[in-house]
Design a protein around this ligand. Structure first.
Ligand code: ATP
Length: 726
C-alpha cells in the first residue's frame, strides 16, 4: 500500500482553493479515495483579467449602447401629430389656469386688502427700526456694560452720524406722502383710488399670516410623487426583501410614469413582486393601479417596476368608436389600453377568444366592447347568447342575427341550437370554399375579406358569435354534454371560415370549460382570478410558471372598479400583455347600437331576427340518425339498396337523388335494375364511410339472397358521430 499527496481544488468566493487529497493504493489495485482537507496554500485567483475584461468588441458595446439609448429628441418633437397634441394641450392648460384665476381675482384682492393693515404695520416697524438704527443697539449696550468708554463714544458718534440723515429723509418722505395723499383724496381723479387700492394690495402681500396663500391652489390628489430609489428600497425592505438591490439604470420617465429597473438580491426572484403587487403598492403608499411590476428579461431576479404618474382610475378613456367610425372584423378594432395608456387593438378574424375572470373582474365590459365593434361592422353577422340574463348586451340586440338572453333551460337549449346552426353554416362555408379555384385561396382554404367581397353571393362575411357566461350551458344537466361536443368542434374549425367564437366564463374550472375548448382557444383574456389552476385554464398550461399571472389583479369592489377590466391578453406565451378593456357606459352603448342599426339598414345587411325573420331550428341530424329512424325493428342486417329505398321515402329531398335513373324502374331490364341497385348501394357506402360504418356482403335468405348491406351492430348511437360529418 502506498500513499501519495496531491492537490486538487474547489471554488470558494471565486478563488480556487487547493485541497489535499490522499491516494491509497492497495496491493497494486489502484483504489483512490479523496478527502477534502483544509486549504493550506495561498488562494489562487480564478477570475483572470483577460476574462473579466472581455465584454465583446468595441462595436458590440456600441451596438448594445445604441439598442438601449434614449432617442435624440423626444417623440413629441419628432412627430407632428404629437407636437400638435402637446401644443394644443399646453394652450388649453394655460387658458384654463388663466380663466380659473381671473374669476377669482376679486377674492384675491379682498384677501390682500384684509392683509393690508398687518402688511403696513410690518413695513412701519421695519422703517422705524431703520431710522433708529436698532441693529447697532446691542453693540452699544455691550460697550456700556463693559465700561469701555472709548468704544462707547465712538459707537455713539457713529450712531448719531447714521441716524440724523435717516430722520430728516423720513420726515421729508412722510410729509410729502401725507400731503400728496390728502390732496389726492380731495382733488385727484378716480384712478388715484385704483392706484391706492393697488398700493394697498401690494403692501397686503407683506401681511400674510402663517403660510396661507393668497391664490387658490388646486392640487390633483391623483398625481403621484416622483418615484425615487430610496422609496423603493424602503418598500422592498418592508416586504422582507433585504439585501443588495442594484438599480440597473437611473429611474426614468417612461410614458405617463416612471420606470425602475433593478436587480433584486440574489436569493429573491422577480416573480415575487408579481405575487406581492398589492403589498408592494401598500409599502410604497401608492394606489394599486399605479404599481406594475414585471420580470425582466436578463435573468429571473431582474425586476422592472413601472409606476403611473396618475391613478388610471381617474383617467376617463372613451372608446375611439363611441361617436363615429366603423369597425372591420376582418381587421383590428380598438379593444383597450395598456397600463401605460397605449392603445391595444384586437384582431379576431381567424381566431377565437376565451375570456375568464371572477365576478366583477370586467368580463361583461370586455364582451360589450367586442360586441359593439362587431355591430359597427355592417357586414358582420352578430350572434349573441347572453347567458347571464342581465341585459348588459341589450345595446346590440337590434342588429343581432340571433339574440338570446337568460339563464333558464329554454335559453340553454337556444344556445345549443345556435351552436348547431353555426356548425351547419361552417359546413356550408367549408364546402363552398373547397370548391373555389386555387387562385382565389392562395394562402389556404380559408375565408378572407377579399374572398367575401369577390363572391358576395357565397355569403362569406364575418360571423361573430358570443357566448357570455358559457359555463351556464356547459354545466346544464341536459344540454351541457352535447354543447361541449359541438363547441369543441366549432372552436377547432370555425375560425378558418370567418366564424369568430367568443366565450366568457366566471367559473374557470374543468367542469365549466371543456378541455377541448380551453386547449383550442387562441386569443385569451384572463381578468382577475384566484389561483394558478384557473390562470392556466384560461391562459394555457404553463403560463403561471412563466410569470403570466392574473391573480395580481383585483376585481371591482363596490363602487371602486380596482383592476376591473384589466387582464392578461395573450395570443401565445410570447405574445402576452396587460390590457384594460375600454369601459363603455350603458347609455353610450345604446347610442352606438342605434348607430350600428342605422349603418346596417343603409347597407341592407340586416339579417335573421334583426330583419324580423323567424329562427328556424336547425336540422342537425345525420344519416346515422336517419338510418336509426328507418331501421326495421329487430332486424340485425338490412341490404343497402333496401335502406336507400327507405331513406329516399323518408327524406326524398336528401336521398331521392340516389335513386335517380335514366329510365323508370318499370322499363328497366333485370341487368339495369341490378346496376341501379349497385349504384344506390355504392352511394350509401360512400356516405357511411365518413361515419366509419362498414357495408359488407350479406346474405339474407328471405330477401333477394346476397348483396351489400349494413349490420345494426355497426351503427353508432345517434349524435355520437356528429363530428364525422365535417
Ligand atoms: N374596463 C373597465 N374600466 C373601468 N371599470 C370597469 C371596467 N370593466 C368593468 N369595470 C367596473 O367593474 C364593474 C364590474 O364589471 P363587469 O360587470 O364587466 O364584471 P363581470 O366580470 O362581468 O362581473 P359578473 O361576473 O359579476 O357579471 C363594472 O360595473 C364597472 O364599474
Amino acid at each position: 500500500m502506498s500513499i501519495e499527496d496531491g492537490a486538487s481544488g474547489t471554488l470558494i468566493n471565486g478563488v480556487r482553493q487547493p485541497l489535499k487529497f490522499v491516494k491509497v493504493s492497495v496491493d497494486g489495485d489502484s483504489q483512490t479515495e479523496t478527502f477534502a482537507l483544509k486549504p493550506d496554500a495561498e488562494p489562487e485567483p480564478v477570475d483572470t483579467e483577460e476574462v473579466a475584461a472581455d465584454t465583446g468588441t468595441w462595436l458590440d458595446e456600441r451596438r448594445a449602447y445604441l439598442e438601449d439609448a434614449p432617442p435624440v429628441l423626444p417623440s413629441w418633437l419628432r412627430k407632428a401629430g404629437e407636437f400638435a397634441d402637446a401644443a394644443r394641450w399646453t394652450a388649453s392648460y394655460y387658458a384654463h389656469v388663466s380663466a380659473f384665476h381671473a374669476v377669482r381675482a376679486p377674492v384675491y384682492l379682498m384677501r390682500l386688502l384684509v392683509r393690508f393693515p398687518r402688511g403696513a404695520g410690518r413695513y412701519f416697524v421695519r422703517w422705524v427700526k431703520w431710522v433708529v438704527d436698532s441693529e447697532a443697539r446691542p453693540v452699544e449696550a455691550k460697550a456700556a456694560a463693559t465700561a469701555d468708554i472709548e468704544a462707547w463714544l465712538t459707537l455713539s458718534r457713529e450712531h448719531s452720524r447714521r441716524v440724523r440723515p435717516r430722520r430728516i429723509a423720513s420726515l421729508a418722505v412722510a410729509t410729502v406722502t401725507g400731503i400728496s395723499a390728502l390732496v389726492a383724496g380731495f382733488l385727484a381723479p378716480g384712478w388715484t383710488l385704483a392706484a391706492a387700492v393697488a398700493g394697498a394690495a401690494l403692501i397686503g402681500l407683506n401681511g400674510n399670516k402663517g403660510d396661507k396663500p393668497v391664490v387658490t391652489r388646486y392640487l390633483s390628489v391623483h398625481l403621484q410623487r416622483p418615484l425615487e430609489s430610496g422609496e423603493l428600497i424602503e418598500a422592498l425592505e418592508a416586504m422582507g426583501i433585504k439585501g443588495d438591490i442594484k438599480f440597473v439604470a437611473p429611474i426614468q420617465v417612461d410614458g405617463p410614469g416612471w420606470l425602475a429597473e433593478m436587480d433584486l438580491p440574489r436569493n429573491v426572484l422577480a416573480e415575487k413582486l408579481l405575487d406581492k403587487r398589492k403589498e408592494l403598492a401598500g409599502a410604497m403608499r401608492r394606489p394599486l393601479q399605479c404599481v406594475w411590476p414585471s420580470v425582466g428579461t436578463e435573468h429571473p431576479s431582474r425586476a422592472n417596476l413601472w409606476v403611473a404618474k396618475k391613478d388610471p382610475r381617474t383617467i376617463k378613456r372613451v372608446w375611439p368608436l363611441t361617436n363615429r367610425g366603423q369597425a372591420d372584423m376582418y381587421g383590428e378594432f380598438p379593444f383597450g389600453v395598456t397600463p401605460r395608456g397605449e392603445l391595444v387593438p384586437l384582431a379576431l378574424i381567424g381566431t377565437n377568444m376565451l375570456i375568464g375572470g371572477v365576478m366583477g373582474s370586467g368580463k361583461t365590459s370586455a364582451v360589450v366592447v367586442i360586441a359593439l365593434a362587431g355591430a359597427l361592422d355592417p357586414t358582420c353577422e352578430m350572434w349573441m347568447f347572453e347567458l347571464k340574463g342581465s341585459g348588459d348586451a341589450e345595446s346590440v340586440q337590434p342588429v343581432c342575427h340571433r339574440y338570446v338572453q337568460g339563464d333558464d333551460d329554454e335559453h340553454c337549449e337556444a344556445a345549443l341550437e345556435g351552436m348547431y346552426a353555426l356548425e351547419k353554416e361552417m359546413k356550408r362555408r367549408k364546402k363552398v370554399v373547397s370548391e373555389l379555384p386555387i387562385e382565389d385561396v392562395p394562402n389556404g382554404r380559408k375565408v378572407s375579406r377579399k374572398l367575401a367581397n369577390k363572391y358576395p353571393n357565397l355569403r362569406l362575411h364575418p360571423i361573430l358569435a358570443i357566448f357570455d357566461e358559457v359555463h351556464t350551458l356547459f354545466e346544464h344537466p341536459v344540454y351541457g354534454k352535447e354543447a361541449a361536443a359541438v363547441a369543441g368542434r366549432l372552436i377547432r374549425k370555425a375560425r378558418a371560415y370567418g366564424i369568430i367564437l367568443v366565450l366568457t366564463t366566471q367559473k374557470p374550472d374543468a367542469d365549466a370549460i371543456p378541455k377541448m375548448v380551453s386547449d383550442n382557444a387562441i386569443v385569451r383574456f384572463c381578468l382577475a382570478i384566484t389561483g394558478h389552476i384557473a390562470n392556466d385554464l384560461i391562459l394555457g398550461t404553463g403560463m403561471y410558471k412563466r410569470g403570466i399571472r392574473a391573480n395580481i389583479f383585483e376585481p371591482a369592489e363596490g363602487d371602486d372598479p380596482k383592476d376591473s377590466g384589466t387582464g392578461w391578453l395573450t395570443r401565445s406565451a410570447t405574445n402576452a400583455r396587460i390590457a384594460r378593456s375600454y369601459f363603455i357606459p350603458q347609455a353610450d352603448a345604446r347610442e352606438i347600437g342605434k348607430r350600428a342599426l342605422a349603418m346596417r339598414t343603409a347597407a341592407g345587411t340586416l339579417t335573421g331576427e334583426a330583419a324580423g325573420e323567424e329562427v328556424k331550428p336547425v336540422d342537425h341530424s345525420t344519416i346515422v340518425d336517419h338510418l336509426h329512424t328507418v331501421w326495421p325493428d329487430g332486424a340485425e342486417t338490412v341490404h343497402s339498396h333496401r335502406l336507400v329505398d327507405a331513406l329516399a321515402a323518408y327524406l326524398p329531398e336528401l336521398y331521392g337523388a340516389w335513386l335517380e335513373t335514366e329510365k323508370p324502374a318499370a322499363e328497366m331490364s333485370p341487368d339495369e335494375v341490378r346496376d341501379a341497385r349497385t349504384a344506390a348501394s355504392t352511394a350509401l357506402s360512400a356516405a357511411l364511410k365518413q361515419h366509419k360504418i362498414p357495408t359488407r356482403q350479406i346474405t339474407i335468405r328471405d330477401c333477394c339472397g346476397g348483396a351489400k348491406g349494413v349490420r345494426y351492430a355497426d351503427l353508432p348511437d345517434p349524435r355520437d358521430n356528429a363530428e364525422d360529418d365535417l
